[in-house]
Structures are given as C-alpha cells and as structure tokens.
Design a protein around this ligand. Structure first.
Ligand code: SAM
Length: 425
C-alpha cells in the first residue's frame, strides 16, 4: 500500500510540509514517508515508539559485532546463567526426552514453567522435580533482581513459556547493556532486540497472544511438539539480534526533524505543529486489541515489572496463561460502542488543525476466520461529512477515486482488503 499512500499524500501536500502517522505500529508507513518529508509518528504503545524512532532517526554509530560480543561475554550474562542453572538443565532434559518419544515432562514444562506464575501459585500445579528447579532458580534470580531492578524481566515473566530460559537470559543480558548504552543508540538497539525476539518466540504464528499449547483437547501430547519446540528454542538470540542490528544500523537516515511519540492519538493531535498538512491514520478495525498480540514487546521496552492479569482457570483465579499485563491498552477503535466517538474526535481535531486526513480502513467483508469490522465505511464517511469539505476513497491497487456523495455507495461487497478514505479540508 505504500506507493498508493505516498501518491495520495503527494497530492495533498508539498515537500516541506509535516505529515503525521497517528497509529504508527511497525513504523513501515512512517519510514516510507520520511524519505521525502518530515514525519511525526505516534502510537499508544511504547514498542511502536521505539521502532519508529529507530527507523526515522537511525543511529549509525553502533558497531554491531562489538556490542553483541560485549553482551555475550558480560558478567551480567554469566550471573543470569548461573542463577538459571536448574531450569536450564531441566528444560534441556525435557526436550531431549520428548525427542526420544517421552513428551510428558516437556508438556508439563511448557504449561507450568513460568517463574512468576509457579511462585504465585506456590508450585501447586508442578511435579516435585519441576518445583525444585523452579524454586532454586527463582530464589537466585530474585536476589539479582533486588540488586538490579528490572534485570531479570524476560526470564521471570516469559522464560519457559514464550522462550527457552537460554534465550531469556540472553534477552535480559542484552537489555542490561542497552540500558547502559549512549542515549542516542538506545532505540536502535532496542528495536533490533524486538525484531530478534519476534523471530525467536516459540508460538504458532510468532505472535504473543497465546503461548504454545502442547496438548490436544483430550489431554494427549500433540504430535511434532518436540521438534517445533526445539527448532524455536534453539534460535541463538545473540545471532538474530546481531543480524537485525546490522539491518537497523544500515538504514539511511536524513537530517529532517522527525519525531516518534508514545501517546494517545487525541493527545498527539493537540500537539502537532501548525504546518502539519496531512494526517495519515490507520486505526485498528476489529475487536482484537493490538496490546494482546504485542504485550511481551511492550514489557521488554518498559521493564516496569507489570502486574499480570488473572483469569478463572479450572475454577480458580490464576495468572492469565498468556501472562498479559494487567493494564494493557484497550483501544476505543476496537469497541463498537466507543468507536464512533473516537472517530468524531479524530475528524474534528484534524479538521481544526486545517490538515487533510488519509484514513486507512478495511471494508466490511467478513471472510472465514476474520472478525467483523467495528465500523462500516458508510458510517465512517457519514461521520466525516460534518467535518470535511470533500471526501473520496482510493482503493490501493486500483488507484480509482470513488466520489462519495450518498449512502448508496456500498463498499461492503468489494474485494478490497483496505481502502483509503481521503478527507480534504
Ligand atoms: C492497524 S495498526 C497500525 C499499523 C501501521 N500502519 C503499520 O504500518 O504497522 C493500529 C495501531 O493503532 C494503535 N492504537 C490503537 N489505539 C490507539 C490510540 N487510542 N492512540 C494511538 N494509537 C492507538 C495500536 O497500538 C496499533 O499499533
């Protein structure tokens, strides 16, 4: 879609104007637009700010090989490995046994081997040997954590569940070195780490919405679980971090004063400069909150020891299986009753700023396995009409402008994945 977005924005602005990308997510659009214009990106999630900052203002002063060697051979890495000796050994044994055809130890490990969860439940759901390993490592990690707050975040929260303990120990060692690096380099280093953990995570589909489930609904271990677990959990975090870091460091920047903000779209709109000519907006359009799919990235960026949400599992209130942050962002754009007001705020603030809006949204076609859209294109354009003089749509791939004068214009049946609604001031 980038070319179509670029063409539309070229029509609406001149090269010296500022363009805002308000729901910037992965930063792909911000990066593309920043090559020829000043971009202000915003998103409610800190991990998005980190990535946008890295792609808008890349730091080229980092020497990837030296930095990665420093992390790998750091005393913190050694201390973390030492603290995790018991769980590292337990995990490696569970995988070897599963590969030999004895998968039960691995199944239990994948379900219960979270250090914070097992401690919270007083090891009630763990067998004796797993309890011993978890308790021993937890005790040593908490001692380290009390000296260096946040040091063990990845290992305590996600070790055993989303990653192998070997991987979380590497992630924590890298995070520690990042914290102690020059501030101009931090976002680039962190963005490369976010890419690395996204490459390595041991889930189906490489998201963070749900940990891997080792058993079928009848309780039997799934076939092939050992091979899948081994493949993901053997990924060397330092190596993938190094590969990703080289990519980020190799990005060409320019001298334009781009900015990456972590804030709600409405607050971002209040502080955009007067010469913002176009606002590009790509809000969520289904009930799925992005914060559920990326909560691990958010916690690795914030390292704020979040409280984990609880859910009823088998009659008792346990920490959520996915170990979600309790205060994970709930976007009004994902909630049917709140979306119209959120769009009204978006339309009215962009219009008051005197800018044009390029709104990316998906038509209401429900295919198998997809969730319905929160708003229809018709309802959206009806709302936009009270704030803008001219509204038309562009279907990327077709580059066809559709005049929207009445409600008869139906997009419901069209096969487009995404359309751009242009609202001109
Ligand atoms: C469809 S994604 C954007 C994808 C983006 N265009 C890209 O290229 O990756 C929607 C984004 O909106 C963000 N978001 C949701 N509610 C928000 C709000 N109230 N304010 C700011 N950002 C929000 C989410 O965190 C998510 O990153």
């Amino acid at each position: 879609m980038l070319d179509a977005i670029g063409e539309v924005i070229d029509e609406l602005s001149s090269p010296n104007d500022v363009v805002a990308d308000l729901f910037a997510g992965s930063g792909s659009v911000s990066r593309f637009l920043s090559q020829a214009r000043t971009v202000i990106s915003a998103d409610i999630q800190e991990y998005s700010r980190v990535i946008c900052s890295a792609v808008l203002n890349p730091s080229n002063s980092i020497q990837p090989d030296i930095f990665v060697d420093q992390c790998r051979s750091s005393t913190m890495h050694d201390a973390l490995i030492e603290s995790c000796t018991e769980v590292l050994e337990y995990e490696s044994e569970a995988i070897s046994r599963a590969l030999e055809g004895l998968p039960l130890q691995l199944c239990e490990f994948l379900e219960e081997a979270s250090l914070i969860k097992s401690a919270d439940e007083n090891y009630l759901n763990c067998s004796g040997l797993l309890e011993c390993a978890l308790k021993a490592s937890h005790k040593k990690l908490m001692r380290l954590e009390s000296k260096f707050e946040g040091l063990c975040t990845a290992t305590l929260y996600y070790g055993g569940i989303y990653f192998s303990f070997k991987q979380t120990v590497a992630i924590d060692a890298i995070l520690y070195e990042i914290e102690n690096s020059a501030s101009r380099d931090k976002d680039t280093l962190l963005a490369a780490l976010l890419s690395a953990v996204s490459n390595a995570v041991n889930t189906i589909g490489k998201q963070f919405a749900q940990p891997i489930q080792p058993r079928m609904s009848n309780g039997q271990p799934k076939k092939g679980i050992a091979a899948k677990v081994k493949k993901d959990r053997e990924i060397d975090i330092f190596e993938v971090f190094s590969e990703n870091l080289k990519k980020y460091v190799g990005l060409q920047g320019n001298k334009l004063p781009h900015q990456a903000l972590c804030m709600d779209f409405s607050d971002a709109l209040d502080q955009l400069p007067k010469n913002t000519r176009v606002v590009y907006a790509d809000p969520p359009y289904t009930r799925d909150h992005y914060s559920r799919f990326y909560h691990v990235l958010e916690t690795l960026c914030l390292r704020d020891s979040p409280t984990v949400s609880r859910t009823k599992i088998g009659g008792s209130l346990r920490l959520s299986r996915g170990l979600y942050r309790e205060q994970r962002h709930q976007s009004p754009f994902c909630i049917r009753s709140q979306a119209p007001q959120a769009f009204t705020t978006l339309f009215s603030k962009v219009s008051k700023l005197g800018a044009s809006l390029v709104l990316s949204y998906s038509p209401h076609v429900v295919r198998e396995g997809e969730h319905p859209r929160v708003m229809t294109i018709e309802d959206l354009t009806a709302l936009a009409r009270s704030h803008f003089q001219e509204i038309y749509t562009v279907c990327p791939g077709e580059f066809k402008h559709n005049k929207l004068n009445s409600r008869e214009n139906s997009f419901e049946q069209k096969p487009h994945g995404e359309i751009l609604i242009i609202c001109k001031n």
